[in-house]
Design a protein around this ligand. Structure first.
Ligand code: SF4
Length: 495
């Protein structure tokens, strides 16, 4: 069994998760987190293809893994620049080097690692230094230490703003990291040895995993496989640090079983009380007062976006979101409801059509209702910058925004929300019949990845039409859900 750089990264994040993925793939659950990782890998490939243009003399090595090894051996003779030069050590470490360049002066091979990131990270989650150190360790072992020269990381300049054309020399930063790589090389070599030993184990314990002692943020999709006794809304959602350790050590996972004498903050205590009481806590007066101030017509609005490391259009920065879709439900005071929608058919004109549609549909008066306002406000500010002719419109729209989620976070607590106020947590409790489960596209990550496939032409016309329809229905449900939640709230407080 071999170990690639990507797998080594996964190993550093979690050994159990990698073992399961490699040795028992049938047990490995791939959920939204995995989908997100796939997007990151895809973005990485795209960035790499642009970086290669900075090395016009480079030769790309393609083929199956076995033939890559042979072709690499052959092409090394030419002492040029190779993309995806591939090496495997006797122990099974497998590396495809982004760029391997023969340095005429030093007469050594320089190793370049490309990152679709706007900085060189060395934190626990993204350790770019360890990535390149893995590659260097493999190349050194196969070619010999004396053959390897400088080590560079190429990453994205966060201050770059695209003009008509991409300026690759300005977009990418090439940084010499040889000294830093040398410092951590012994540590990385030791870690690769331990990783390979683990992968060769026939079995590991399926009982618990380290995330049992952590809050929910670091979990992978397999958390509930390793920790089946932990409910979805558990003590992990309430406390952290020493308190969490104490509870886990005592195998207390249910919130209602948190001991009375545990010292909690006011917010934590309120959450525990809510679960123990089992009934929603609703501030009717505050909801009534808040909703009665809304000005009609009400525009329930939701955007879908795609952010790419490579700025796709003039005026965009790296990772700036393209707003490719919007759904608007317009509600009049007499109850009349109209639906408007826009979905871009290509990247180039995505925001133009959307801006036009919004200016026609969303008038000058009335509140614009969203769920989690900082997202829509941020996109509006970017659209205002990209479309100066609509600047006033978007700035004014931001003044009219009302965040429906805040009504829930401030005045409506229900233990059934499971500690989350995302619309996908609130909706099934308040309105179970209106569900995302029947839709083909069920979350934002799926939506952006399907739209990207749709506009990059990797679909048959029939499948494209179907995807278009699926995207429209998904976004429509987001705003329809807000309308219905608004109506339920009104009814509950007698408005
Ligand atoms: S939930 Fe955390 S510790 Fe458990 S397998 Fe996943 S990443 Fe590893």
């Amino acid at each position: 069994m071999n170990l690639t750089k990507t797998e080594f990264k996964e190993y550093l994040l979690c050994d159990k998760s990698l073992w399961l993925k490699k040795n028992r793939p049938e047990l490995y659950t791939a959920g939204e987190f995995s989908l997100f990782l796939q997007k990151i890998l895809k973005d990485g490939d795209e960035v790499e293809s642009y970086v290669q243009k900075l090395f016009p003399e480079g030769v790309t090595i393609t083929g199956s893994n076995l033939s890559l090894l042979d072709k690499t051996k052959e092409l090394l003779e030419n002492k040029g620049t190779l993309f995806q030069a591939t090496f495997e050590t006797r122990a099974g470490l497998f590396a495809k080097v982004d760029i391997l360049k023969w340095n005429q002066e030093t007469e050594k091979w320089d190793v370049y690692e490309v990152k679709a990131s706007t900085e060189i990270k060395s934190d626990f989650k993204h350790n770019h230094l360890k990535d390149i150190a893995f590659q260097v360790a493999v190349v050194e072992e196969v070619l010999g230490k004396e053959q390897v020269g400088e080590n560079y990381i190429i990453y994205i300049n966060k201050d770059y703003r695209r003009g008509e054309e991409l300026n690759l020399a300005e977009l990418f930063i090439i940084e010499n990291m040889t000294r830093e790589v040398r410092e951590i090389l012994p540590e990385v070599k030791a870690e690769t040895t331990t990783a390979l030993e683990l992968l060769h184990k026939e079995e590991i314990s399926y009982q618990d995993c380290p995330c049992l002692y952590r809050t929910t943020g670091q979990r992978c999709d397999t958390f509930f496989f390793f920790n089946p006794d932990v409910p979805e809304y558990a003590v992990h959602n309430i406390v952290s640090g020493k308190k969490l350790t104490q509870l886990v050590d005592e195998r207390i996972f249910e919130i209602e079983n948190i001991p009375e004498d545990m010292k909690l903050t006011l917010i934590q205590a309120a959450k525990v009380d809510l679960v123990k009481s089992g009934v929603p806590r609703i501030d009717h007066e505050a909801i009534k007062e808040t909703l009665s101030k809304l000005v009609f017509p009400l525009y329930f609005l939701d955007y879908e976006t795609l952010a790419k490391p490579m700025p796709p259009l003039p005026g965009y920065k790296p990772n700036q979101a393209i707003v490719f879709q919007v759904s608007v439900h317009k509600l009049l005071e007499d109850g009349t409801l109209e639906h408007f929608e826009y979905l871009a058919d290509d990247i180039e004109h995505a925001s133009e059509g959307l801006v036009k549609m919004l200016r026609e549909v969303v008038g000058d008066t009335g509140h614009v209702i969203v769920w989690y306002e900082s997202f829509e406000k941020g996109r509006n500010a970017e659209l205002a910058e990209l479309h100066p002719e609509a600047r006033e419109f978007f700035m004014h729209m931001n003044e009219r925004i009302f965040d429906l989620m805040k009504v829930f976070t401030q005045y409506y607590a229900d233990p059934a929300f499971g500690g989350s106020f995302s619309i996908k947590s609130v909706l099934p409790v308040m309105l179970p019949e209106l569900t995302y489960k029947s839709l083909e596209i069920q979350n934002g990550t799926m939506a952006l990845s399907e739209w990207e496939k749709m506009v990059t032409g990797k679909m048959t016309p029939e499948y494209r039409a179907l995807t278009r329809e699926n995207l429209l229905r998904y976004c429509e449900l987001d705003t329809r859900a807000m309308v219905e939640l608004y109506k339920i709230l009104k009814a509950k407080v007698g408005l």
